[in-house]
Design a protein around this ligand. Structure first.
Ligand code: S3P
Length: 447
């Protein structure tokens, strides 16, 4: 287990690209594996989570090749064409792989056993098992709702009209993906709109996906058993990975960083609004859309420029948490260096991510001299108005975003911050340490 030591070095300056979007990369592999013909995916995130999805799709019959130029080609098996793997599949740390694949499998007449690492084995699967059971899938899970679990999909799935009890793109996507091989129209009613990459990509591949709004509820539906056309997709840079750079460059005096080709799906860009509300200087330059725009698919992409600014606390964040659900850990770090007391609430979902992120952040911040109060659904962070004391050690709990958040905070710490385990970073941001040090950050692996 390598430790990571984070301490100030210089202002962060330069022009970079971050690795491909994790959510879009998972979906690109899953959906092209169900198309009829050859798809090409460029800029795929080669992080452990996405590689777990690739391995699972191969185990269920798809052909996925990495080409010499680093692009991927996928030969799909067609909707309904997945086959039972001949071994247990290991989803590693990846909740997205697990939940979305459970959706796909639910309406295929196959049986799959899944497991994962200690973090994934502690994450609730009931949220997808419940609706997928209504399609007709059967489950046998540890303590009824945790991995390892075995799912037996059904040959005769029944359509579902479902209102998820929590704001979750994974739950929505699992239901829509189960609907893909279910005759008739499957409906999901979202009280809070969540990232719509699944919908955009399915539409771009020719599926009949509809969206409407009624009394503030977003209603998405899919007509089952389409023939999906293969797709050529350029995966944009991940806004969630960019968030670490946005926060770090905002915090460290003198910084000026440009991030090119970042995915700017409006259901993902809350971090830009949140940091801006704290006084950050972020501009969006040259926005365009990639993908099959004409067919209603495609994802907005742009270049972000961030310059250092004096950050102030936020109390009433007007940004919808679902548009930045993975970015709160690093936003808490920005709040720790801001001037004033920030209060964040309505974030109970953070307790069931790769770690309990409210607790992991509260403990890590306190260990580094930041006064913080943990609420049942949020955090109160007393900003230091500049450098935090630092000097503490942080437990990452197999959570990549905890590791990277404290790497960022260390850039504004009087004494170095030690991150106990750098390895989880590989799940979503390969090359993070080199990219950050290339910009001027002080990050060193130890051990
Ligand atoms: C994701 C949805 C979110 C997010 C996760 C990726 C997705 O999870 O936290 O990193 O790709 O659909 P929830 O659906 O649990 O909010």
């Amino acid at each position: 287990m390598s430790k990571l030591i984070s301490s100030p070095n210089s202002a962060l300056t330069g022009k970079v690209r971050v690795p491909g979007d994790k959510s879009i990369s998972h979906r690109a592999l899953m959906l092209s594996a169900l198309a009829v013909g050859r798809s090409e995916v460029r800029g795929l995130l080669e992080g452990d989570d996405v590689l777990a999805t690739a391995a699972a799709m191969r185990a269920m019959g798809a052909t996925i090749n990495r080409l010499a130029d680093g692009h991927y080609e996928v030969y799909g098996v067609g909707v309904g064409g997945l086959t039972s793997p001949d071994d247990i599949i290991d989803m590693g740390n990846s909740g997205t792989s697990t939940r979305l694949l459970l959706g796909l499998i639910a309406s295929h007449d196959i049986t799959v056993t899944m497991t994962g690492d200690a973090s994934l084995r502690s994450r609730p699967m009931g949220r997808v098992m419940d609706p997928l059971g209504e399609f007709g899938a059967e489950f046998s899970a540890r303590d009824d709702r945790f991995l390892p679990l075995t799912i037996s999909g059904t040959a005769q799935p029944l359509v579902l009209d479902y209102s998820p009890p929590m704001a979750s793109a994974q739950v929505k996507s699992a239901v829509l993906l189960a609907g893909l091989n279910t005759p008739g129209r499957t409906i999901v009613r979202e009280r809070v709109a969540t990232r719509d990459h699944t919908e955009r990509m399915l539409r771009a591949m020719g599926a009949d996906i509809r969206e409407s709004h009624e009394d503030g509820v977003r209603i998405v539906s899919i007509e089952g058993q389409p023939e999906l056309s293969p797709i050529a997709i350029d995966v944009p840079g991940d806004i969630s990975s960019s968030a670490f750079l946005l926060a770090a460059a905002s915090m460290v005096p003198g910084s000026d960083v440009v991030i090119e080709d970042v995915g700017l799906n409006p259901l993902r860009t809350g971090i830009i609004g949140a940091l801006t509300a704290m006084g950050a200087d972020i501009t969006v330059e040259s926005e365009s859309t990639i993908g099959r725009e004409a067919m209603g698919g495609g994802e907005p992409v742009g270049t972000l420029r961030v310059r250092a600014a004096a950050l102030k606390a936020v109390t009433d964040l007007s940004v919808d948490p679902s548009t930045m659900i993975d970015e709160f850990p690093v936003l808490f770090c920005a709040a720790a260096v801001a001037e004033g007391v920030s209060r964040f609430t309505g974030l109970e979902e953070l307790r069931v991510k790769e770690s309990d992120r409210l607790n992991a952040m509260a403990v890590g911040l306190a260990a580094n001299g930041v006064q913080v109060e943990e609420l049942p659904d949020g955090l109160v962070v007393h900003g230091c108005g500049g450098r935090v004391p630092g000097g503490g050690s942080v437990e990452t709990h197999l959570d990549h975003r905890i590791a990277m958040s404290f790497s960022v905070l260390g850039q504004m710490a009087t004494a170095p911050i030690t991150i106990d385990d750098a390895s989880p970073i590989q799940t979503s941001f390969p090359g993070f340490t080199d990219l950050m040090t290339g910009l001027g950050a002080g990050l060193a692996l130890d051990g």
